[in-house]
Each structure stands twice: as C-alpha cells, then as structure tokens.
Design a binder for this molecule. Structure first.
Ligand code: KG4
Length: 333
C-alpha cells in the first residue's frame, strides 16, 4: 500500500511516500528554521504562509524522487493535530484536495502518534506493546503504546514542553533558534554540576512533569548576570540544564516501565536528539535489562515519513476521514 503523507504542524513542511508503513520511498523536508531564527521562535503567520508556498512543489518533488505516479497512490495521510492551527490547516487542506482529486482515502494522523511511529521505521523489529517517551518542541508525554492505535497517556508536562525549555534557555544564552541542538553542543564543553538547577516535583501523578520552573531558573541566572555584570559559565549552565531535563525524564520513564512490566522503551520527538538524554537512557536501560529504541536524528524531528507509517496502521484500523476533516490545535492522543 503506497501512502503519500503530509506534515505541516509547526515549522517543517514535509511530504513522504511510504510503502506498507515502514518502507520509506522518499522523505522530503523543507525546514523554515531560517525564516523564524531572526525572531527567536516560530511566528505562526510566517509558518502558515511558507507552508502554502512550498507544499505542492514538495509533493511533486516527492513523487518524482520516489518514481511514483499519482494513480499508483492508495491513500493520503496527514498530521491533523496538535499544532499551530494555521500551519496544520495548510497540510489538511492539501491532503484532502490531493485525496479527493485522486479518488483515494484521507487518513488523519495525530502528530505525536507519528513521532512514536518514527521508531517503527528505524527499528523494523519493534512491535507494541512498549513504553514511549515523546519529547518535542510543543509536547512532552509518557505513553503506554498497547497496540498500534491503542495508547494510554501515563503522564505529561503540566506546563512547558522540554523543547520549549531548551529553546527559551538558549535564547538567553545568546544561542540561535531552535536552541536545543546548540545547547547540546555547548553542554559538551561544560560541567553538569556548575549550576544547581531545580528538579520540579509535580503533585499526585508521579509521571507528570514540569519544565517552566527550570526554564525560569535559567532565564533568572542569565538576567541576574547581565544586571550585575557577572560572567556566566555558559557551557556549565548548558550542561547543568541538559542534566536537569534528563533527570526529569529518564527516571520517570524507567519507573513507569518497571511498574507496567515493560521491557521495551522507546523515545521520540526532536528532544530525543539530545546526547545527554540519549546517553542517560542507554545507561538506565542497560541497568534495567530493557531494550531501548531511539530513532536516528533525522527521524527525531518533524518529518512526514513517520506520518505515513502511523497512517498505515490507522488505515488498517479503519481510521479514515470524510471531506469534513478539520485541523485542530489540540487533540487528545
Ligand atoms: O519534534 P520537533 O522537531 O518539533 C515538534 O514537534 O515540536 O522538536 C523540535 C524541538 C525543538 O524544541 C528543538 O530545540 C529540540 O526539539 N531539539 C533538541 C535537540 N535537537 C532538537 N533539544 C535538545 N537537544 C537536541 N540535540
């Protein structure tokens, strides 16, 4: 089954063609990061406009590079929530138009389900059930993947996503947007005990998380230093931040896996590219005798191959949409 898939929930326009879920024939990504860098964050209106300009040409390019013709396509999958509403709308309308004109079904895919599915592409042997920590720029959740389309959210951030914490901390450290990767690089030169950053405790659900206090702590350190003329140890602060974020994520994930008796642990989303988090997971999984799945960097960030992969399983479960399909800024998993 050949699926053309579309992703436009934030600042990447992406189109892929996948075969039977896990085989990627082409995976085209146009990143808008340069357009937003000057503002230090994603500007929703600019994101929507850029998606409109790029999406058709990117789809043509995807067909060409996969050597697939339009009549050979069986369905169109689209990331329809959650995300920046204007941005998501572009992808949903493009997908509906393409599917309607070709007389094939349109499959709505939850963006975070897509991130989780990136692991199926990276690890052909991976099958549910498993535990997945999904960490991206806008979402942070711990998910029990009981089956391909049957998932239970065990915990989530109460406020900011882990990626937001990296991006806003990077800004006060004078690093470019998106700040996660530059912080990761800077952290390699610093000591992770240079600053004593908070480890937020989140009320009654042990699997919920919080990152706004950590973000504020980093911003306060930077502002205080700017006002008093003190030098900050930028590499030390970056390393301490990576450690604090990792401390909020890794032990919770391992505790949930132990409680559920799950020996397969997956990590997904842009923040899964972080080297400290990857290393800490590696160590923790080895200690627990669990198998660890983390996609390669290209599949961690937003892409359309993951949407096509999850779309295949949604299709098998009968989850197609009619032409009234809409885009949503928020949506339960
Ligand atoms: O999954 P993604 O591409 O987009 C969303 O769906 O949000 O994630 C983007 C996020 C950004 O916050 C970015 O700073 C972060 O992933 N990120 C990283 C790293 N690479 C990207 N965060 C920490 N360390 C990295 N190496």
């Amino acid at each position: 089954m050949l699926i053309l898939s579309v992703e436009s929930t934030c600042d990447e326009t992406a189109v892929a063609i996948t075969e039977n879920g896990r085989r990627v024939l082409t995976d085209q990504i146009f990143s808008q990061a340069d357009l937003h860098a000057v503002y230090g964050g994603v500007v929703p209106e600019i994101a929507s406009r850029s998606h409109v300009e790029v999406i058709s040409r990117l789809a043509d390019h995807a067909l060409e590079s996969a050597g697939v013709t339009r009549p050979e396509l069986d369905a169109v999958a689209v990331s329809y929530a959650p995300g920046l509403i204007g941005a998501v709308l572009v992808g949903v309308n493009f997908a509906k138009s393409a599917a309607w004109s070709l007389g094939i079904p349109v499959i709505p895919v939850h963006h975070i389900r897509g991130h989780i599915a990136a692991n199926y592409i990276a690890y052909p042997e991976l099958t549910p059930p498993f535990l997945c920590l999904a960490i991206s720029g806008g979402n942070t959740m711990l998910v029990h993947v009981r089956d391909y389309t049957d998932m239970v959210v065990l915990g989530r951030t109460r406020d900011d996503a882990a990626g937001e914490c990296f991006d806003k901390s990077a800004r006060v450290l004078g690093l470019p947007y998106p700040g996660g990767a530059p912080i990761d690089r800077l952290a390699r030169e610093g000591r992770d005990d240079a600053y004593d950053l908070p480890r937020p405790y989140v009320g009654e659900n042990p699997y919920d998380m919080s990152f706004s206090g950590l973000k504020t702590a980093v911003i306060n350190i930077a502002h205080h230093a700017a006002q008093t003329g003190e030098n900050i140890d930028r590499a030390g602060l970056a390393a301490s931040l990576c450690r604090a974020v990792s401390d909020a994520l890794v032990p919770r994930t391992m505790a949930a896996a132990a409680e559920l008796g799950l020996k397969k642990i997956a990590v997904a989303g842009g923040v899964a590219a972080n080297s400290r988090i990857r290393a800490d997971f590696q160590r923790a999984a080895e200690k627990a005798g669990a198998e660890l799945f983390i996609p390669p960097l290209r599949l961690c960030g937003d892409n359309a191959a993951m949407i096509g992969c999850q779309g295949y399983y949604e299709f098998l479960a009968g989850h197609t949409a009619d032409w009234s399909l809409n885009a949503y800024a928020n949506m339960a998993l």
